[in-house]
Design a protein around this ligand. Structure first.
Ligand SMILES: Nc1ncnc2c1ncn2[C@@H]1O[C@H](COP(=O)(O)OP(=O)(O)OP(=O)(O)O)[C@@H](O)[C@H]1O
Ligand SMILES: [Mg+2]
Length: 319
């Protein structure tokens, strides 16, 4: 716990120099994208809803902050990871990336397929997600995280607001690879025992209270197991409407993880299969590396879906 004070984020530093706003109604990138509205105005980036005149689709257009080397590196990683994960199930497709020249300062951007809503908003606005839909969504996110792991990355920021819903196809997919780091080097194909130091790899990322594994917050080694912890916290919240661990600050949050156990999911929702309750709770253990890896989680959920005969086409994701 001794180094916790060192890792409290300095948001003021990060947000000092915001990129220029894009104007609603105006077109950018040689007339390709017409801005329809803002999806997210604050935080580390600006995200807009835009009409892509070239593909005739609506997209999410993310404009990046790049006011220091750390932010430039994280944009490089976000774009590189999106390229390496293109077409993988559970990952939201990047459609385009480049530079917006029409603003005072040229700014990098990327566009992605537009989801209907993010899962945090979904949980906050709907009473419940049906158990079948929860299982299918849990499979989608597990598949996305398996792909991330297999491509050699750790996402580091899995949480409900970084997962979007596609109602037409009853699918969930991961967005926001803004904190992703390389875990596997090209030379080291067998990366199971490899790990990167959170300190080197993350610099200014200190985790998200409620979802990040303790080792990320404590600036220790991070591995794909850190993503399994965040996955557990995310599915727990989708299933119960509440986070497994809270805490008013990073220290309290880590104390809670180390000294308490969350209530079983079944205490909120007795329809949840025992096996799901078990794998989610074990992924939230204090030493997540001792729990299941994401491929195992994916296989278990897939078998539960099969044995319950759940079909995606007949699901209702929210009601
Ligand atoms: N493809 C998308 N479809 C629908 N909504 C999206 C999409 N991309 C982003 N959003 C909305 O915008 C919000 C912010 O986007 P995103 O998570 O990419 O940026 P961010 O959280 O600012 O990034 P970072 O955490 O790296 O600072 C999301 O939580 C979601 O509500
Ligand atoms: Mg985000």
């Amino acid at each position: 716990m001794s180094n916790l004070e060192l890792v409290v984020p300095n948001q003021v530093e990060l947000h000092k120099d915001e990129p220029d706003e894009l104007s609603i109604g105006k077109k950018y990138v040689d007339g390709r994208y017409a801005i329809l509205g803002a999806l997210k105005a604050g935080g580390q980036h600006k995200v807009y809803k835009a009409q892509d005149e070239l593909s005739d689709m609506q997209v999410a257009l993310k404009v990046f902050y790049e006011t220091n080397e750390y932010l430039q590196n994280s944009v490089n990683n976000e774009i590189e990871a999106n390229i390496s994960l293109f077409g993988e199930p559970g990952i939201t497709e990047m459609i385009d990336f480049g530079i917006i020249e029409e603003t005072d300062q040229p700014q990098r951007f990327m566009t992605q397929r537009l989801g209907d809503i993010d899962c945090k908003t979904l949980v906050n606005n709907y009473q419940m997600i049906s158990t079948d839909a929860l299982l299918m969504g849990a499979l989608d996110i597990a598949q996305g995280l398996s792909s991330i792991k297999q491509a050699g990355w750790v996402d580091k920021d899995v949480k409900p607001e970084n997962v979007i819903v596609d109602f037409a196809n009853n699918r969930l997919s991961i967005i926001d690879l803004g904190s992703i780091v390389k875990y596997k080097t090209q030379e080291n194909k067998n990366f199971v025992d490899d790990s990167v130091s959170a300190n080197e790899a993350t610099h200014l990322f200190y985790g998200t209270r409620g979802y990040s594994a303790p080792e990320i917050i404590r600036n220790k080694q991070i591995t794909p197991a850190s993503d399994v912890f965040s996955y557990g916290a995310t599915i727990y919240e989708l299933a119960t409407g509440t986070k497994p661990f809270n805490g008013d600050d990073f220290k309290e949050y880590v104390d809670e993880i180390e000294n308490t156990k969350p209530l079983p999911i079944k205490a909120f929702n007795d329809e949840i299969p025992d096996l799901i309750n078990h794998i989610i709770l074990s992924s939230l253990e204090r030493q997540p590396e001792k729990g299941h890896d994401i491929e195992e989680v994916e296989a278990i959920i897939r078998s539960i879906i099969k044995s319950r005969g759940i079909r995606r086409s007949s699901l209702e994701l929210a009601y």
